[in-house]
Design a protein around this ligand. Structure first.
Ligand code: G
Ligand code: G
Length: 251
């Protein structure tokens, strides 16, 4: 349901694409980027998705995802030209997947780009009803058939899909940052990371640890033999030009 007050921005005119790097501890370099939506309001303030996605209807949310995909593909093309080859993740509202065949929504956009679909992950929140629906497996298989990878986002934030996960085609699991942010305060979260790693191994999926906010947490992930991480310790979400500058400076 839409919030009652009128928002001080226009979609899609005021939409911005930000990008947060995904880092490989083993390779010691950035290996991917996640496209994250932002909105510039009338006062020039940059809003996060929680402040504007609830105002968007389902068609607008699909367009939001498509525009983030377009922006991400453009960044990958610019980086390819510089000899920097990264993967891209973008977010899709799982509720949208209940009634729509996303495979046909995004293939047209991907076909316009030289970037191989295998370099693109479509991220779905673990919460929401979609994953528990009978249609989920069929929809995800259709998407996978287009060559894109399927990532499950914020895993551990919702009670839903542990049982469902084993039946679904999932290539990548992103552990919710809630488990990582207070890692030092709650050492038992370390055991949780290891359990999720076992789950990822069982599913033959890659694990990405989100919310790696500080260097001690990054060290803890290294000690746990984790590889792919995302968080403020590496870099905050940023506009494309800042990302290109950072990567060109040899980060
Ligand atoms: O960037 P930030 O941490 O504020 O994002 C909060 C959440 O908003 C993310 O976890 C992500 O799930 C969601 N989000 C970001 N960009 C998009 C988008 O383009 N589409 C959808 N549906 N959700 C997004
Ligand atoms: O869709 P996803 O859950 O991946 O979105 C990630 C969100 O988490 C982004 O909105 C980003 O701003 C936020 N984020 C990314 N890294 C960190 C971090 O290290 N700490 C905190 N608190 N938030 C982060």
């Amino acid at each position: 349901m839409k919030p009652p007050q009128q928002a001080s921005w226009r979609f899609p005119e005021d939409l911005l694409a930000y990008f947060q790097p995904e880092y490989s501890i083993n390779q010691q370099k950035i290996v991917g980027i996640e496209a994250l939506a932002r909105m510039r309001d009338a006062s020039g303030q940059i809003l996060s998705p929680d402040s504007f996605i609830p105002f968007l209807d389902m068609d607008e949310r699909r367009e939001l995802s498509r525009l983030m995909l377009v922006a991400g593909l453009q960044v990958l093309e610019s980086l390819d030209a510089l000899g920097i080859f990264l993967n891209l993740s973008f977010n899709v509202d799982p509720d949208f997947m209940v009634d729509h065949d996303c495979a046909t929504c995004f293939t047209g956009t991907m076909a316009t780009s030289p970037i191989a679909p295998s370099r693109i992950s479509l991220e779905l929140l673990e919460s929401g009803d979609f994953l528990n629906r009978d249609i989920a497996k069929e929809r995800l298989l259709a998407l996978r058939a287009t060559g894109v990878r399927i990532a499950l986002d914020d895993v551990g934030s919702a009670y839903s899909s542990l049982l469902r996960m084993k039946d679904l085609p999932i290539d990548k699991i992103k552990l919710d940052q809630g488990f990582i942010c207070d890692l030092c305060a709650q050492p038992k979260n370390l055991a949780f990371v290891q359990s999720i790693q076992l789950l990822a191994n069982t599913l033959n999926a890659e694990l990405v640890i989100e919310g790696v906010e500080t260097l001690p947490i990054l060290d803890a992930m290294r000690a746990l033999h984790q590889d792919h991480v995302q968080g403020y310790a590496i870099a905050r979400p940023m506009p494309a030009d800042a990302l290109l500058t950072m990567l060109q400076s040899g980060y």
